[in-house]
Structure formats: structure tokens, C-alpha cells
Design a protein around this ligand. Structure first.
Ligand SMILES: [Zn+2]
Length: 469
């Protein structure tokens, strides 16, 4: 099986490496504009125990499907063993290949119950681990949905509820909304739910709640003892980025977001629907951009400063990845290009026209170096095809973003945002391929559709032909 298909909304945020009052969990008001869950294709309820120190997982997954009874392909990590299956019958033995795929016959409306467990091998964490024992770096363990730590139908958005027990001393965050925390003898139990996501990810560590930033989308902050996130971020900017995107792109499926700060080297991050994990550079002295620029190298994607670039990019994935996603690895330019364009929109609003134009020029100069090498529609393949990560950044991140900059120059930013919001509204909770995305974005304008095709599927960067309209 193509491993790229399993990457879901995960963001290769490491490529960006240029590199308060406490409230009870789950108490935020529901976003009244939030979508209903009628579009859900499946539902997964998971309950179990995980010991992050040993990598040991034991769990029960309950799956429901909509639609007709059918043979359902499911995926589960090879390291985990199925112990029992009830409510359906298995038509292919598990692990007949090394893909982790098996097939069950499941009646419509019925509940499939799978007990399973085992040890998950390390090394699939989306954020590069800091060297073991490195002073000043925070450790965390991630059960990402792309690790297939629960049985699931590949690629579908679904409703999810997860209840996980962990040994005392460990904290847990999940994508979605935290519903409860309960203390038991020697363990703590955490519950999370999400109405419509491509998968749920759990993060374990020794972190604690830092407070809640009020705003259009409340931000629930977490970090390690002694970490001062204000060294890296201005609180009003953090809430401002979320509110800015909410105004441009519409509601999220979750009413609030959790942000986990993790000390490390460089500003890197990963975004799951409802949860952002942000590496903050412990060498960075303060929020003064001068401090950061002297402490950090720059990248092709540098726009404002590394911390702001990281937050703006990962936050944008809450919409581009979280609200709609992409089908195959080759289509991931949708999420990365739109996160890059969203960051430019925020830069323009926050820092003004001059900084926006300078950033666009810098991106264009970077793109021109690599535009002849391949096309955005090669997507994640570019990561393995070219050793230089700048090629992947230029084509999957920068080129689709500059296509939209060019379009906004001709037709106006408001129109581009209206079209983008139209795509999100039309395909909420769906995975798109590149052609479907461009069809929706062009919205019946054949000239625009042809022009966009050249940007994404060819090595050219044509000017928008119709500047008068
Ligand atoms: Zn990204």
C-alpha cells in the first residue's frame, strides 16, 4: 500500500524549520456556526490503556459505518495484534501482507468491536525527536493517527471518541475536544471527542495547562514546567491569527483549539484538527524579531519571524487539512500551498502591504530557482525525488500560494478568499484530489481553470490573463 495515503492531514511542519485563567476542559461554548455531523462516513469509539514509557497499548475499538453492508477494508499497525472481533466477520486474515490491512464484513448500522494490543515500535513520530537526554529539550510521545494505532477505514473523515488511561505522572492531549480528566489509583483517564476528523492523535508527556486565551476561537495552552510561552509569542497575536482565519475561512469543526508548546531546537510544528504541537526554540531570547533572526537561520518559507511563521502555518492547517483534506500524497500541495497562502494573508493584515510584497518577492525568487525541476502535483513524491528539501518547499508550498497571490492581484483578495471559503463549505469533512480542488476553486470559470492547471500541473508560472475583470 502506498504509505503516502496514510499521512492524512499531517503537516511536514519540520520543513518550516528556519529554521489567563484556567478553565475546566470541554467547557467552551459550542460554535453556533459549526457544521453538523450528518456528513460523517463512519464513527470510531476507542477505549484503552497506554503506557508511553513502554510503548504498550491495549484497547477496544467500536466502529460503526453508514451505508450498505459491505466488505470494509481496515488498517491497524502491524505491531498490534487483534485479539477478538465481534459484530462482523473477517474475510481476510489480518496482516496477510506487511500493509496492516485486513477486511471485515460488517452489517449496516451494526457495531464492530475489536480488541487488540501490543507494543508500537518507536520512530514514527512526526516531530523529529531531540537527542536523548539533551539538556533543556522536552520529551513527548505521540500516537499519531498515521501510525494506525486503532483500526480504521483508510482516509475517511469520521466521528471519534477516545478514552485513554495512562500511568500516573503522564499527561495526555488529543486532537478534538477534551471532555474529561479523571484520576484513578495509579492512573489518569482522559477523554476526547471530535465530530468529524480524519483521525485522532494523542500526545503524551509531562506537561500542564498554562491557561486559556479568549478569542473567537479560544486557545487552551499547555507546556512543561518552567516554560514561558510569552518569550516566543504575544498573546494577542496568537488569538488574532485564529480569529483572522475564522473570519476568512469560516468555522472549524471544533469550538476551541489546544496548543502544546515543546522546547527544542528550531521552530517546528505539527497540526492535528483541534491540536497544535509547536516546538519553540529554547535558544531564542525573546519576542523581539532581532533576537530571533540572530539566533536562527532562515528558510525559503521565512516571512515574518520563525515563531509567527510557524504558528500562522500550523494554524492554517486547522482549515487546510482539518476541514478539508487531500486524497493522495501527490495532492498534499493543497494543504501546504493553502497554509502558505494563508500565512501571507495574515502577514498582509498584521504587518502591512510593504511586508506582504517583500515576502511575495522573496518567495518568488525562491520558486524561480526550482520551478523547472518538477510540478506541485508531484506533491509528497518531491520529498524523496530530490535530496534538497527546498525543491519540495518551492513546489508544494510556495508555487500554489503564489498562484493565489497572482490571482488576488488580478481579481482581488476578497474574491480569492470567497472562492476558498466556497471550497471549504462545499467539501467539509472530505478529502480532495488536486483536480477536484481546482474545479471547485475555478467555480465554473473555464479560463481560470485552465490557467490554474498550468501553475499546478506544468512547470510554468503564467500571468493571469484577464486583469481587467
Ligand atoms: Zn504544513
Amino acid at each position: 500500500m502506498d504509505r503516502e495515503r496514510r499521512i492524512g492531514q499531517r503537516c511536514a511542519g519540520w520543513l518550516l524549520a528556519t529554521s489567563l485563567a484556567l478553565a475546566l476542559p470541554g467547557q467552551s461554548a459550542i460554535d453556533r456556526d459549526a457544521p453538523t455531523v450528518e456528513g460523517r462516513q463512519a464513527a470510531v469509539r476507542l477505549s484503552g490503556f497506554y503506557d508511553p514509557a513502554r510503548g504498550f497499548l491495549e484497547a477496544t475499538a467500536r466502529l460503526r459505518f453508514t451505508g450498505q453492508a459491505a466488505e470494509r477494508p481496515l488498517w491497524l499497525a502491524n505491531e498490534l495484534q487483534l485479539k477478538s472481533v465481534s459484530g462482523g466477520s473477517m474475510t481476510l486474515p489480518p496482516f496477510s501482507s506487511d500493509s496492516g490491512e485486513f477486511v471485515v464484513q460488517c452489517p449496516a448500522g451494526g457495531e464492530l468491536v475489536l480488541d487488540y494490543g501490543g507494543r508500537l515500535s518507536p520512530g514514527l513520530q512526526p516531530l523529529p525527536a531531540e537527542p536523548a537526554g539533551k539538556k533543556g529539550a522536552d520529551d513527548c510521545r505521540i500516537l499519531s493517527h498515521v501510525m494506525d494505532y486503532y483500526p480504521h477505514p483508510q482516509g475517511d473523515f469520521m466521528a471519534m471518541d477516545v478514552t485513554i488511561r495512562v500511568p500516573g505522572g503522564w499527561s495526555c492531549l488529543g486532537s478534538g475536544v477534551q471532555r474529561s480528566v479523571a484520576n484513578g489509583p495509579g492512573y489518569d483517564e482522559y477523554s476526547f471527542s471530535h465530530p468529524l476528523c480524519k483521525g485522532m492523535t494523542l500526545v503524551f508527556g509531562r506537561f500542564r495547562p498554562l491557561g486559556v486565551l479568549a478569542g473567537e476561537i479560544p486557545l487552551r495552552l499547555y507546556g512543561w514546567k518552567g516554560i514561558d510561552f510569552r518569550r516566543y509569542y504575544v498573546e494577542s497575536d496568537m488569538a488574532g491569527i485564529a480569529g483572522f482565519y475564522r473570519g476568512r475561512f469560516g468555522p472549524l469543526p471544533v469550538p476551541e483549539l489546544a496548543i502544546l508548546f515543546r522546547r527544542g531546537e528550531g521552530f517546528r510544528g505539527v497540526s492535528y484538527s483541534g491540536l497544535l504541537v509547536l516546538n519553540v526554540d529554547r535558544r531564542c531570547k525573546g519576542v523581539d524579531p532581532f533576537d530571533r533572526e540572530t539566533a536562527l537561520e532562515t528558510s525559503l518559507l521565512a516571512m515574518a519571524d520563525p515563531a509567527t511563521d510557524l504558528l500562522a502555518h500550523e494554524m492554517a492547517h486547522q482549515w487546510w487539512g482539518g476541514v478539508v483534506s487531500w486524497k493522495q500524497g501527490n495532492d498534499n500541495w493543497i494543504a501546504e500551498g493553502l497554509a502558505t497562502y494563508s500565512s501571507l494573508l495574515y502577514l498582509r493584515q498584521r504587518f502591512g502591504e510593504k511586508r506582504y510584497r517583500a515576502a511575495c518577492q522573496r518567495l518568488r525568487a525562491g520558486l524561480e530557482r526550482y520551478a523547472g525541476a518538477a510540478v506541485p502535483a508531484d506533491g509528497a513524491k518531491l520529498k524523496v525525488q530530490f535530496r534538497d528539501p527546498a525543491v519540495y518547499q518551492a513546489l508544494a508550498y510556495v508555487k500554489p500560494a503564489l498562484m493565489l497571490v497572482e490571482l488576488a492581484g488580478a481579481r482581488g483578495e476578497d474574491e480569492v478568499c470567497r472562492r476558498l471559503r466556497g471550497v471549504l463549505e462545499a467539501r467539509r469533512g472530505r478529502s480532495l484530489d488536486g483536480r477536484e480542488f481546482l474545479d471547485l476553486l475555478a467555480d465554473g470559470d473555464p479560463g481560470m481553470r485552465t490557467w490554474m492547471n498550468e501553475w499546478i500541473f506544468s512547470k510554468t508560472m503564467p500571468q493571469y490573463p484577464d486583469k481587467k475583470n
